[in-house]
Write a protein that binds this ligand. Structure first.
Ligand SMILES: Nc1ncnc2c1ncn2[C@@H]1O[C@H](COP(=O)(O)OP(=O)(O)OP(=O)(O)O)[C@@H](O)[C@H]1O
Length: 242
């Protein structure tokens, strides 16, 4: 099989004075894969996303990006530009006073001129149906609007993969349906953490469950439920669940 975009191998993690969260987690994402992750509250799904992005350090384990080991802070910079993390809380993503500044931040940070960054931001906002939002005050947006603006900020960096942490939180049915359309129109590898099984069935091809600090991709039916939704929107078919 081809080299994955990223892989997490035998990741262990526990918070200081907190629970042991991950114990031997393995996970990888290849180009064009669309994977959903489902699992009870507090099983470590968000922690896994933060470990991948270098926001918290695992106590043990290896991270690879296109086959290269990632450990020092500088190694994470290209990874963070290529894998767009949509934070569970939009407030963690949106830090500027206006929507335009928030969405233009990524391209500016990647070396685009302010004019180019502005054009990219306006184009992405328009693609997400957010025309006219550029001068809105970010902290006054509704929860659903913040979520879409966060997604715009991630897409403005044109990442090769998206890692979305509970993207349907705060979305009404219409916006949720809009998000399904947006995600299905993107030609990008993606991982979506969600409690919303129907949403995952509509947007991903495989759904894995996280349990006991692990996701095992190959055949461990004790900890791993592998589901193929043969086409987006079809009823998921469960494999390997004993
Ligand atoms: N900074 C922290 N310090 C101590 N414990 C933490 C910290 N952040 C998270 N935890 C704990 O670690 C565990 C895993 O949290 P995490 O947010 O990764 O779970 P999750 O699977 O994403 O949950 P949910 O589905 O509720 O979003 C939880 O028990 C949580 O309370």
């Amino acid at each position: 099989m081809s080299t994955p975009i990223f892989s997490l191998t035998d990741i262990h993690f526990e918070y200081l004075n907190g629970p042991k969260v991950l114990s031997g987690l393995n996970f990888s994402l290849h180009a064009h894969e669309r994977i959903g992750i489902i699992g009870p509250n507090g099983t470590g799904k968000t922690t896994m996303a933060h470990i991948l992005m270098g926001l918290v350090k695992p106590s043990k384990g290896r991270i690879h990006f296109h086959g290269e080991p990632v450990s020092a802070e500088r190694d994470f910079l290209p990874l963070r530009q290529s894998i767009g993390l949509l934070f569970q809380n939009a407030e963690d993503q949106l830090i500027y006073p206006t929507v335009l500044e928030d969405v233009a931040f990524g391209p500016l940070n990647m070396g685009k001129s302010s004019q180019e960054a502005k054009e990219i931001a306006l184009r992405v906002l328009s693609e997400l149906g957010l025309e006219g939002f550029d001068n809105r005050i970010t902290h006054r947006l509704s929860g659903g609007e913040k979520k879409l603006v966060s997604l715009a900020a991630v897409l403005a960096m044109d990442p090769e993969a998206l890692f979305l942490d509970e993207p349907t939180n705060a979305l009404d049915a219409k916006t949720r349906a809009h998000l399904v359309e947006i995600l299905n129109s993107l030609n990008k590898a993606l991982v979506i953490i969600s409690h919303d099984w129907d949403f995952l069935a509509q947007t991903t091809e495989s759904i894995y469950s996280m349990k006991d600090g692990k996701i095992t991709l190959d055949g461990d039916t004790q900890t791993h439920q592998h589901v193929h939704a043969h086409s987006h929107g079809s009823t998921p078919h469960v494999h390997g669940d004993s």
